[in-house]
Design a protein around this ligand. Sequence first.
Ligand code: FES
Length: 240
Amino acid sequence: MNGKNDADEPVDKDRRNFFKFLGVAAIAAGGIGALRGVLENVSPPITSAFSSFPTLLLYSQAGKPIGTSDLKVNNSTIVLFDYPLQNEPNFLLRLGDSSNNDQAIDPTTVTIPATGKTFKSSGGVGPYKSVVASSAICQHLGCIPPIIHFYPPSSSSYPGKVHCNCHGSTYDPYKGFAVVTGPTTHPLPNTVLAYDSSKDQYSVTSLVGPTIYGHSSDLSGGSLLPSSTYTEITTLTPTS
Ligand code: FES
């Protein structure tokens, strides 16, 4: 991904600016006692960049790790989690066939129509290899759920596809969230999951593919998540 090197610089810059501010504040306040007051009332700037992707456990809002039975096959309810930063929603899908049986999702090579470049989509995880994830921010102009969402295979419109009702972009979650119809020219960034079969737990480990829409890097340009160990699932009802 292109974010790693870009992400290092803002952290150091923020830190330098923060200590510069403290120095000026101490002089202006006239002593160590006053500086203590400044330290008690001013928090360091929130660093908004990682040097690498965090690994986060997927949690329910009840505060428990998500297990396979928590995920419904071909769920028409939108299941989301933020990653790698706040307000960056990702789809969590347990994909099935038209009879709602789990469907194993094979690794595949995905083409980015805008550039002709490709990336490797790692396929599904979980006991049936059917659980996949991607950025839920449309790569055309950034529309977010519920206006962009997954249509189950039984749906009469866009069966088995992720479709964005803003301008009609369609993606194939069974094929690495590849572009099916424009106007988007970029697939959805694939969110890489890991599955711990001994505990039946799911983690998110990184992103592959194009950069999240609207960001120069996946690892900077937003606020850090509240926890460095887990990210919470939320649900939304789709728009038609
Ligand atoms: S923002 Fe999704 S199709 Fe335009």
